[in-house]
Design a protein around this ligand. Structure first.
Ligand code: GLU
Length: 459
C-alpha cells in the first residue's frame, strides 16, 4: 500500500456529467495504479441542490462505471464523515485555528480570511468602487499537468457566510487536510481557486497536496465549438446506461479524454489502463469528445465478449422491446446472438437488427421489398427454394445441409452458384436485405420458420 490518497469531491446536481466522471476516473485510476486510496467525498453544502435523488444518480453512475471507493459514503475509512453537511464540528475547530492565529476578521456578519501583506486601496474596475487590497506574496503552484502557475491573491475572502455556513474554499481545504489527501486531481476550472487554497494550507501550516488540473473537454467538432456542456449529446453518463453501452467501453473511452498510454492503443482492458495510467502522461491541452470513438470502443468490447456475457447484456434489451419474454430459451438466444454479435455495432441497435428471429410481425423494409419484387419472379423463386429446402431433413438443417441443397438447386437450373435465390430468400424470412451471414441465419431460424415465411412470400 502506498501513501497516495486521492479524492473525488462532487457536489451532486442530479446528473453525472462526463467531465465529473472523467475526474472521478482519473482519481480512481491513479489510486489503483499506485495502490493508494480513493476517497469519495460529497460536497453537499448547498442543501437546496443536494437532494437524495441527486445523490442516487451519482452513486449509480459511479457503480455503473465500476469506480469503487475505498472510503466514503457507506465505506468508513476512519476519516469520515464523508458528507460535508455532517462535518460542521470539524469546520468549527479549523475556523478556531485560523482565529487563534489571527488570520480572520468579521465584517458585516461574515468571517474573512486575512491575507498577509501590505494593504492599500485601489479603484476596482470589476466592482466599480474603491476597495481594500493586499500585496500578498505570490503563490507558486507546481501543478503536475500545467507546470508552474504563479498567482497572487489580492483580496481577503469570505470563509464563513453571515448565516454561519462555511464557504467552498474553506471546507474544501479543511477536508483535504483532515482526510490527508496527497494529490488533488480536478477540473481545470478550479485552477483559479488554487491560490486561495494554497493560502489556506499555508495558514494552517500544512504542506499543500500535489495539484493536477485536468484539461477541459471540448465538444465533438460535429456538435459545434467550445466546452462540452450538459446539453450536448453524450455528455451524461445516464444516457450511456439508457442506451445500453457497456460500462467498460464507456470507461475506456473516458480514460482517453486527456490521457493516452503513450502509444496508439485505444481499446484497452481496465487492467492495462490501470497499469499504464500516470498523472505525468495527462495532456495539458484541451481534450476533445469524440462520439464515434466512444461508439467504436464500445463495439470493440461487445465483439470480444463471450456469447454468454453478450446474451446477459442483450437479454434485457430485447425483453424491454418486447421481442422475447423473460424466460426465453437461453440456448436459442445465444444461437441468434452468436451470428449477430460480429455484425451489430451497438446493443441499442440490436432489437431492430435481430427482431425477426423472435417475432413474425417484423417490419418490412420497403427498399428491400422493391428490389426483390422488381424482377417479377419472386414467387417462382420462392417456390423453387421451398421445394429444395423441403428436401433437407430436420437433422440436416445446418449450414452444410443447406449449402448442399442450394448447390443442387443451382445445378438443376443450370447455374454455377445459388446466389440468384438468396436475396429473395433473405427478404422473405427477415423483411430486410442485410443481416447475419445467410446460411447460418437460416440454420438458426430453423426449418419451420424458414419454410413458413417462404410460403407466405408466395401468398
Ligand atoms: N465540489 C467541487 C466540484 O464539484 C470539488 C472541487 C475539487 O475537487 O476540489 O467541482
Amino acid at each position: 500500500m502506498s501513501e497516495v490518497r486521492v479524492r473525488f469531491a462532487p457536489s451532486p446536481t442530479g446528473s453525472f456529467h462526463i467531465g465529473s466522471a472523467r475526474t472521478a476516473l482519473f482519481n480512481w485510476l491513479y489510486a489503483r495504479h499506485t495502490d493508494g486510496k480513493f476517497v469519495l467525498r460529497i460536497e453537499d453544502t448547498d442543501a437546496a441542490r443536494n437532494t437524495e435523488e441527486a445523490l442516487e444518480v451519482l452513486f449509480k453512475g459511479m457503480r455503473w462505471l465500476g469506480m469503487d471507493w475505498d472510503e466514503g459514503p457507506e465505506v468508513d475509512g476512519g476519516f469520515g464523515p464523508y458528507f460535508q453537511s455532517q462535518r460542521g464540528e470539524i469546520y468549527k475547530e479549523y475556523l478556531g485555528k485560523l482565529e487563534a492565529a489571527g488570520r480572520t476578521y468579521e465584517k458585516e456578519g461574515a468571517i474573512f480570511f486575512k491575507l498577509e501583506g501590505e494593504r492599500y486601496t485601489e479603484f476596482d474596475e470589476y466592482h466599480g468602487k474603491e476597495m481594500e487590497k493586499v500585496r500578498a506574496e505570490p503563490v507558486e503552484i507546481d501543478d503536475a499537468i500545467r507546470g508552474k502557475v504563479v498567482r497572487a491573491e489580492t483580496r481577503d475572502f469570505v470563509i464563513c457566510r453571515s448565516d454561519g455556513s462555511p464557504t467552498f474554499h474553506f471546507v474544501n481545504v479543511v477536508d483535504d487536510i483532515t482526510m490527508k489527501i496527497t494529490h488533488v486531481i480536478r477540473g481545470e476550472d478550479h485552477l483559479s481557486n488554487t491560490s486561495k487554497h494554497v493560502e489556506l494550507f499555508n495558514a494552517f501550516g500544512v504542506k499543500p497536496p500535489q495539484f493536477a488540473h485536468l484539461p477541459l473537454i471540448l465538444k465533438d467538432p460535429k456538435m459545434g465549438k467550445g466546452k462540452m456542456s450538459k446539453r450536448d449529446k453524450g455528455s451524461l453518463i445516464e444516457e450511456y446506461e439508457e442506451r445500453h453501452f457497456l460500462p467498460a467501453g464507456v470507461r475506456n473511452a473516458i480514460a482517453l479524454l486527456g490521457w493516452n498510454p503513450g502509444d496508439d492503443r485505444e481499446f484497452m482492458e481496465i487492467g492495462e489502463i490501470i497499469e499504464a495510467f500516470d498523472i505525468k502522461d495527462i495532456q495539458k491541452g484541451a481534450a476533445r469528445f469524440d462520439e464515434a470513438k466512444m461508439a467504436h470502443i464500445n463495439f470493440q468490447y461487445l465483439k470480444q465478449l463471450p456469447v454468454e456475457s453478450y446474451a446477459w447484456f442483450a437479454r434485457p434489451v430485447l425483453t424491454e422491446k418486447g421481442l422475447i419474454s423473460e424466460d426465453h430459451n437461453e440456448d436459442h438466444l445465444q444461437r441468434v446472438l452468436m451470428i449477430c454479435q460480429e455484425k451489430i455495432t451497438s446493443l441499442e441497435a440490436l432489437p431492430e437488427f435481430c427482431g425477426y428471429f423472435f417475432r413474425d410481425d417484423y417490419t418490412i423494409d420497403p427498399k428491400a421489398e422493391k428490389k426483390v419484387m422488381k424482377r417479377g419472379n419472386a414467387g417462382e423463386l420462392a417456390a423453387q427454394v421451398i421445394a429444395s429446402l423441403e428436401s433437407v431433413s430436420p437433422d440436416d438443417w445446418n449450414v452444410s445441409g443447406l449449402e448442399a441443397a442450394f448447390t443442387k438447386l443451382a445445378a438443376d437450373n443450370g447455374q454455377e452458384k445459388p446466389f440468384m435465390w438468396w436475396p429473395m430468400t433473405r427478404f422473405a424470412v427477415s423483411g430486410v436485405s442485410g443481416g447475419p451471414d445467410f446460411l447460418p441465419m437460416l440454420e438458426v431460424m430453423g426449418r419451420d420458420l424458414v419454410l413458413g415465411r417462404l410460403g407466405k412470400m408466395i401468398d
